[in-house]
Ligand binder design. Structure first.
Ligand code: GLP
Length: 264
């Protein structure tokens, strides 16, 4: 996954942000709180930045916008609360991933099925705690043997098996996940219970010949073609929160992508 991009203070963004300065704040109506005006200006500039770009320091911003530290903190606080930016300890403040949109969306099984007019459901096959092996540790960026929750489920649409799924999440991020009801949407659970909002995934799809026991769960003959999707998902702070392997029945599933020609 992408690491935060540290923009040097001499790069284009800073000068673009700094050019806004106080002139755009000074001309506004006096009854709008200054921190809201500042927030609006910050938002315009943030919208032009790539996810995980680092914002200038507080000192830099207060100097350039000629606002007090308190006004700046109020403006940044609002942006933090709304997930437009995020902070990493003392390292700095960064642009969060853009919101999910229809044409570039990271969707859940539940959302995918509902979008196709079907009713999603799940059967839990197995749940367990297990130590991360070397590959999982590398993908999660954690130490080998760190405890993971392994959640194996059969995903159905209108009662028909659609997908066999094994999801792993770090137990330190979601400590009691193995004790809760897991028949609904995991992404909803991440958000509601653990305040983890998925933001981006690296996803690899390959064709496989499905074997037992997965073939049995999917109710297809052994060696039947299937689509296997491996997803490594990060949240809005770029922390890897999920590694999932989903095996879809090839006769019941397809992937549709909106693709755009790059402007030259
Ligand atoms: C898809 C993804 C999985 C993800 C799941 C979440 O199936 N391939 O990686 O875990 O969606 O779906 P839900 O929120 O419905 O559990």
């Amino acid at each position: 996954m992408s690491e935060p991009i540290h923009l040097g203070l001499d790069q284009g963004y800073v000068s673009a942000l700094c050019r806004v300065k106080t002139c755009s704040l000074a001309g506004e109506m006096n009854d709008i709180p200054k921190h809201l005006l500042l927030r609006r200006e910050l938002e315009k500039d943030i919208a032009r930045l790539p996810p995980h770009a680092q914002l200038p320091t507080e000192r830099e911003l207060t100097a350039r916008f000629e606002v007090s530290r308190m006004t700046l903190r109020q403006a940044l606080g609002g942006l933090l609360d709304d997930g437009v930016i995020y902070r990493i300890g003392r390292t700095g403040t960064f642009v969060a991933e853009s919101r999910i949109s229809k044409d570039r969306s990271l969707t859940s099984f539940t959302e995918d099925m509902r979008a196709r007019g079907m009713v999603p459901s799940s059967s839990v096959i197995d749940v367990a705690a297990e130590p991360a092996d070397d590959t999982q540790a590398r993908d999660f960026r954690i130490e080998p043997d760190t405890p993971l929750a392994r959640i194996e489920r059969l995903r159905l649409a209108d009662g028909i098996p659609m997908c066999h799924e094994v999801v792993r999440v770090p137990l330190q991020l979601m400590p009691d996940i193995l004790t809760v009801e897991l028949t609904g949407s995991l992404y909803d659970l991440f958000a509601r219970r653990f305040r983890i909002r998925v933001a981006s995934s690296i996803q690899r799809t390959r064709a496989i010949a499905v074997d037992h026991p997965i073939a049995r769960w999917l109710m297809v003959p052994a060696k039947e073609p299937a689509l296997q999707v491996r997803r490594i998902t990060s949240d809005t702070t770029s922390q890897v929160v999920e590694i999932a392997t989903s095996t879809y029945r090839a006769d019941r599933y397809d992937f549709t992508h909106l693709i755009r020609r790059q402007s030259s």
